[in-house]
Write a protein that binds this ligand. Structure first.
Ligand SMILES: [Zn+2]
Ligand SMILES: [Zn+2]
Length: 1015
């Protein structure tokens, strides 16, 4: 036998092709011991046309001289080549690999139906049960060749379950099954969560090091802007002794219960010789941590007030026990249980005294009486404040079937409830990584509610219908909602609905629904009685229809789908309202239309309508609809009380700080483009003043002055040094047709105040000039967007998008008054003026422009509609300040018509309605009306219905990871790595279908946390 010594870096001076010949003839072996680097291309030459089955010995992968990383690559190379072969390929599993631990490689997931879920309704879920692959289960099976299987591609839902299980395995374990081996120095480094430290232990030097690093974080504070914020690390004490030694729960047990039975289990790791991993020589077993499952079930624990005597779970571990307390609560019992690790940490191999994957569960000791767990006692809501009390009662009512049975101490708790009696649970168990799936919320369809039949939700149909038919087209919304209210009201006295304790609250909820019904009805009646309202309603439908399809069309174009045509996306699905959107618009019509409507004008009881719908549910569309209606109506109503509605800001749309996204701006701009298209077709009806949208935000985002705009543009064209101000380049693509807007290609032009009209114009970049908003088709306006503050004051865009903090300008900048219609003149060249505006009364004809003078002007009609997005964020210190400015905003936007002081209509969106009435009163001095009003259950309020999480209706799944004793950064990295590794694995396994999980988005509470993670 000829042995060739390979050099440290292949190929060295060897002829690998020649060696390949020798290897294949079978009389040569390789000595890999010196090899450090073996590039894939060299390996390919060396092993050309060789097969791992027939040439195993010659390849030398079984020989210990080859390093593990090279072994892996050789196997990969050879299996990749052989995959081309049509015959069934088998490869022997070699005992020396995989020596590197690989996520998932030990586990096959098996999907089994399970019963124990927090929610009985979720019992149809299946939970993957990890089990050890047969190939690793015993040594004998290893010699069997593994066949490469053809995988069946699972559904997205199943892939997510698999991902979740992988994350569980990686962070909590045991990744390799109940009796896994961990080939790492410490098991406590292997798993992030689910560790109970021994009570008596020394702190490791590296933990001290970590706590010192955290102290350093404290030292580098300063430069504290609001964005930097504070981080939790600043208040957490040093990490020593931060690992918990116990976990527990407190729960309530019904009076009839005699005794409890507790079960507990954990993974005990001991240092042993491995049965499956070997040292480099291939024969000496490695020393590894071997897991042993420890389990125990207690004798009945009789319910008696006082301390529960320690119960030792397993005789081998006398200092691991369950302890607790039992107290009376009226007739019932309150029980607290703890699983305690009171062991002493040994001098070496400390992990032997740690508990991993600990779990504790409790159930009735009497099989005849299983449903013993009842709702945890809640302190009664304070009756002194009737509003807070009513709200607490309403919450308690709609969530009456979601019972909280226990509170965990340092751990989550999951409960198994009796399927048809959700107020009783049969078993409570701790859950180190608690999970919850927030159900999908969907709009009802005719299938759900047959009475909805006949309701027209197609924007095109509503826009083009004979105006007298509108009320009829919307009538079944009333019929169906009325029918639903009647049905629900009948349930109040039905014992099956469990409303005995909530009779008054249920009645109030139904009254609210009836009130909403009446308001929607009034909206429909208005369309029948007021021709201008009906016409504005049709304008809105047409504008929204065009907005929808152009938004979809331009987005597809932006993504590079050049072949798509506008007609392709003009389908009914893309231009259909959801019932709640139409209902919300209808109920607001009367108070927007009738300036003297008490819902709008009453000094204290005017109504602010609060739209409460989950994110992504279509709130923005509802606002945009009302926006389109308002701006159309102003044009139709003409001059009222000496003020023209043709010009001036009609709608103020406000976002919180930086929460305005480009997508929202794009969609709002698309709406204004649609309005502008309609106006240009009939200027006699809709007026000569173009519709425009303004973006009034901080100077870091958009320029304050036109000169700054010019500077930024020159800089983009490479002519100037960078400046610190924002950019006029806010739209990357035309919202109407999707064409890229490139300031470098003259798509943005600045016409200064000194030498021109003082405009920063953004043109659509369509070179063929087909789009309505190119320089060819719209030379003086371009896209109807105004982003420079100075130009916003002079041109007064119809729709103004602003951030709340921008209103702090009011006391400092006199020009802001113009946004509220306070103008006194109009310069023919530069637009509106106020006493605070710096402009001369006449301009001579220069620079190709005609001579211009300033004409006197009456004040304009102030904004009719104020839309506040994410209202719940306007609380705390920000809420206090916004509330102060809001008084001024309300006053500035109010005007007198026929002796009545007309206030602006306020609508807001929110994610939580808790104490909304207080908040709205403090901010806007208005009464709140929540839409949609709640019904009797959280699952159904007519306009939105929850679907129980299932394969067809997957919800948003949350995993809660609480890594006590770990540094924030370490925990974050481990969680990210677990998630990304698992998704990468799924991607390699199933391909494209796993792609949605290949993206990970991280959120940080502050800039400092973000910075700390980057270090
Ligand atoms: Zn365009
Ligand atoms: Zn001027």
């Amino acid at each position: 036998m000829n042995i060739i010594q390979l050099p440290s870096i292949l190929p060295g001076d060897l002829d690998l092709a020649a060696i390949n010949q020798q290897l294949r003839s079978g009389d040569t072996q390789l000595d890999w011991s010196a090899v450090v680097s073996a590039p894939d291309r060299e390996l390919a030459v060396l092993f050309a046309d060789m097969n791992i089955d027939t040439h195993a010995e010659a390849i030398g992968a079984e020989d210990s001289t080859m390093s593990e990383s090279i072994v892996e690559r050789v196997i990969k190379l050879l299996t990749k080549k052989t995959k081309k072969s049509p015959k069934i390929i088998t490869k022997p599993v070699n005992k020396t690999f995989p020596a590197v631990w690989k996520q998932d490689s030990f586990i096959d997931n098996e999907y089994l139906p399970i019963q124990d879920r927090d929610n009985p309704a979720q019992t149809n879920l299946i939970k993957p049960q990890p089990k050890i692959s047969p190939k690793y289960a015993t040594k004998e099976t290893q010699s069997e060749p593994e066949t490469i299987k053809v995988l069946k591609i699972p559904s997205l839902y199943q892939i997510r379950q698999e991902l979740e299980q992988s994350i569980f395995n990686d962070l909590l374990g045991p990744a390799g099954g109940e009796e896994e081996e961990v080939d790492e120095l410490r098991v406590s480094d292997r798993y992030l969560v689910g560790l109970l430290a021994p009570q008596n232990r020394k702190v490791r030097p590296d933990e001290l090091e970590e706590s010192r690093e955290q102290m350093d974080d404290l030292a580098v504070s300063g430069q504290g802007t609001t964005e930097d914020g504070t981080t939790e690390t600043n208040i957490v004490p040093p990490a020593d002794k931060m690992f918990p030694s116990s976990l527990g729960m407190t729960f309530c047990v019904s009076a009839t219960t005699k005794a409890l039975q507790v079960s507990a289990s954990w993974g005990q790791y001991e240092r042993v010789e491995s049965k499956i991993t070997f040292k480099d020589d291939g024969t000496t077993p490695k020393t590894v941590w071997k897991r042993q499952p420890i389990k125990g079930t207690s004798p009945p624990i009789i319910l008696n007030p006082g301390t529960i005597p320690h119960w030792t779970i397993h005789p081998d571990y006398p200092n691991v026990f369950i302890s607790g307390q039992i107290r009376r609560q009226g007739e019932d019992w309150i029980v607290t249980l703890f699983l305690v690790n009171a062991q002493q940490e040994p001098e070496r191999l400390v992990d032997r005294a740690w508990l991993f994957q600990p779990e504790m569960s409790v159930q009735s000791a009497e099989p005849s009486n299983p449903g013993i767990f009842i709702q945890r006692f809640h302190r009664r809501a304070n009756k002194i404040d009737p509003v807070v009390f009513a709200e607490a009662q309403a919450m308690a009512m709609i969530y009456r079937n979601q019972v909280e049975f226990a509170v965990g101490h340092g751990v989550g708790v999951r409960s198994v409830v009796i399927p048809d009696k959700p107020e009783y649970a049969t078993r409570l168990s701790t859950q180190i990584i608690p999970t919850y799936e927030v159900p999908q919320t969907n709009a009802p369809t005719v299938e759900d509610l047959p009475k909805l039949a006949g309701l027209v939700l197609d924007m095109q149909q509503l826009a083009e219908a004979d105006i007298t038919l509108l009320p009829q087209m919307l009538a079944s919304l009333i019929t169906a909602y009325e029918h639903w209210i009647t049905e629900q009201t009948a349930r109040i006295n039905d014992s099956a609905s469990g409303l005995e304790d909530y009779q008054d609250t249920a009645q109030v909820a139904m009254d609210n629904c009836k009130q909403t019904l009446a308001r929607i009805q009034k909206g429909i009646e208005l369309l029948a009685s007021d021709a201008k309202a009906a016409e504005a309603f049709q304008f809105m439908n047409r504008a929204m229809w065009q907005q929808r399809i152009h938004s979809i069309y331009s987005e597809q174009k932006r993504q590079g789908q050049q072949e798509v045509e506008l007609a392709d996306v003009d389908t009914r699905k893309n231009r259909t309202w959801r019932p709640f959107q139409v209902a919300f618009i209808l109920l607001n019509l009367p108070s927007i239309t009738d300036l003297e409507h008490p819902d709008r004008c009453h000094p204290t009881n005017a109504i602010a309508d609060l739209l409460w719908f989950p994110t992504g549910g279509g709130k923005t569309e509802a606002y945009l609809g009302l926006t389109a209606y308002t701006i159309a109506l102003r044009r139709l109503q003409g001059v009222i009380a000496g003020r023209s509605g043709e010009s001036g800001v009609a709608v103020l749309m406000r976002y919180t700080l930086r929460l305005l996204t480009l997508q929202q701006f794009q969609r709002a701009t698309a709406l204004i483009c649609a309005c502008e298209e309609i106006r240009r077709q009939d200027e006699a009806k809709w007026g000569k003043e173009p519709f425009r949208i303004g973006l009034w935000v901080g100077q870091k985002t958009t320029p304050n002055r036109t000169e700054q705009s010019e500077e930024v543009l020159k800089q983009k064209l490479g002519q100037y040094q960078p400046t610190s101000s924002g950019s006029p380049h806010q739209l990357t693509n035309c919202p109407w047709c999707g064409t890229k807007i490139d300031p470098g290609k003259q798509h943005i032009k600045v016409d200064s105040f000194a030498k021109g009209q003082g405009r920063t114009l953004t043109y659509c970049g369509d070179a063929l000039g087909r789009c309505l908003f190119t320089q060819k088709n719209s030379p003086t306006e371009g896209l109807p967007v105004v982003v420079v503050d100075e130009e916003i004051y002079r041109r007064l865009p119809t729709l103004l998008i602003a951030t709340v903090d921008k209103f702090a300008q009011m006391p400092w900048n006199g020009q802001v008054q113009m946004l509220f219609g306070q103008v006194d003149g109009y310069c023919q060249r530069h637009g509106y003026r106020s006493p605070e505006t710096d402009d001369s009364n006449s301009h001579p004809g220069r620079y190709g422009l005609p001579a211009a003078t300033t004409l006197p002007k009456n004040p304009l009609r102030p904004p009719d509609l104020i839309i506040q997005d994410e209202l719940h964020l306007i609380s705390g210190p920000l809420g206090t300040l916004v509330g102060l400015y809001e008084t001024a905003v309300d006053s500035l936007a109010s005007w007198e018509v026929n002796g009545t002081l007309v206030r602006p209509k306020v609508i807001a969106s929110t994610a939580t309605i808790r104490q909304a009435s207080d908040q709205v009163h403090n901010l806007f001095l208005r009464q709140v009306q929540v839409f949609p009003p709640q019904g009797l259950d959280v699952e159904d309020n007519f306009f939105s219905r929850q679907n129980l999480p299932s394969e067809e209706h997957p919800g948003r799944r949350y995993l809660g990871i609480c890594a006590t004793g770990r540094r924030l950064k370490a925990a974050l990295i481990r969680v990210y790595v677990a998630t990304l590794a698992a998704s990468q694995h799924l991607y390699e396994k199933y391909g494209e279908i796993a792609d949605p999980w290949m993206t990970l988005v991280g959120y940080f509470n502050s800039m400092r946390e973000l910075g700390g993670t980057r270090r």
